[in-house]
Design a protein around this ligand. Structure first.
Ligand code: ASP
Length: 341
């Protein structure tokens, strides 16, 4: 029996060509993907594809669309051995992180990829990204998938989705995962980094939890932040959790009004999750006095989580936990390998 991989095309540069009339990028009919990438016929596994209608620039992604990807994965889970999700690069790390939390009992690869240059251009990176992503999604050893988790493949590395950030708007190497090693490195060979790949013990039926609560905010601390701005954000109507992007190892201003505003918000039930603005390293609030105050105010440590993962983990926890207590326990736990603790 040949293995089968399903491509889910959601939108983004990878599925675009240049319209000579307007000289702007327009989507091509993805049903004709084999014309653009004839190499697809050479695989020794079956490749099918399905396209979002309408396709979505990833700037317009949101939890409702994540749910739609989830439905497609559920409907096709038993029919395919692996999945490649083609997605705009801009918010790919958010969607892929979200799906890593939303997916239950996942025992097959879900590989996200996209491209910096459209498939229709000569120097496109889309072809290679797609071909390698398909290869990875179809690779099994002794009947077991090589990478049974949600991941992002880009240029020459496969990363755990919820460890990944888009950091370059131009380079072909657009993503990085500074706090977790690549799951595979791609050159002449695809070298899998076995000890770092999740080995799920989940046994039940695959499903995707689609309830996400968007009463979440992101607040990046900066020198000179105004009191009224901070208070306006923390008192935003309906806000239930905020990712506080702090300096270095989790440090923030020690001004009285700053700490009091945070403390008051926490006392009023707001969940505040401390995530570092740095690309690498982790939050350690007890290290400097400027962090200790946050700890004392009841702020949670995000450890070494990415902002993308922090936002989507909070949406997932707020949408799916029975109580604040459960959320608190799960914030201090690695659910899908998103933090090292
Ligand atoms: N604007 C596009 C998107 O994120 C860019 C890309 O695909 O790289 O949908």
């Amino acid at each position: 029996m040949k293995r089968r991989v399903l491509i889910i095309y959601t939108g983004g540069t990878i599925g675009m060509v240049n319209d000579p009339e307007t000289n702007s990028l327009v989507p091509f009919d993805f049903e004709l993907i084999e014309e653009k990438v004839p190499e697809l016929k050479r695989f020794d596994f079956v490749v099918d594809s399905t396209t979002f209608n309408p396709i979505i620039d990833s700037s317009d992604m949101n939890p409702e669309v994540w749910g739609k990807i989830g439905v497609l994965l559920e409907e096709n889970y038993d029919l395919y051995d692996g999945f490649v999700v083609l997605h705009g690069t801009d918010t790919m790390a958010y969607t892929a992180s979200a799906l890593s939390f939303m997916a239950y009992n996942l025992r097959k690869p879900i590989v996200f990829t996209g491209s910096q240059l459209p498939m229709g251009t000569l120097r496109t990176d889309g072809k290679e990204n797609l071909i390698t992503a398909l290869d990875i999604a179809s690779t099994y050893q002794d009947g077991l998938p090589m990478v049974p988790e949600v991941c992002i493949f880009f240029q020459d590395k496969l990363f755990r989705a919820n460890r990944t950030t888009k950091y370059n708007a131009e380079h072909f190497r657009a993503f990085r995962s500074d706090n977790y090693p690549p799951l595979a490195e791609v050159g002449i060979h695809i070298k899998y980094n076995h000890p770092y790949i999740l080995n799920t013990e989940e046994k039940g039926e695959f499903f995707v939890a689609k309830k996400m609560n968007t009463n979440v905010g992101l607040l990046k601390v900066f020198p000179g932040m105004d009191r009224s701005f901070l208070e306006a954000v923390l008192n935003a109507p309906g806000l239930e959790a905020v990712v506080l992007e702090t300096f270095g190892s989790g440090n923030a201003p020690t001004k009285k009004w700053f700490l009091e505003a945070i403390e008051k918000a926490v006392q009023n039930g707001l969940i505040v999750l401390n995530v570092t603005q740095c690309l690498a390293g982790h939050v350690e609030m007890s290290r400097y006095e400027t962090g200790v105050h946050l700890l004392e105010a009841g702020v949670f440590s995000g450890y070494d989580i990415t902002t993308e993962s922090a936002i989507t983990k909070l949406m997932y926890l707020l949408g799916n936990c029975e109580s604040k207590e459960e959320i608190k326990v799960k914030l201090n736990k690695s659910l899908k390998g998103e933090i090292y603790i």
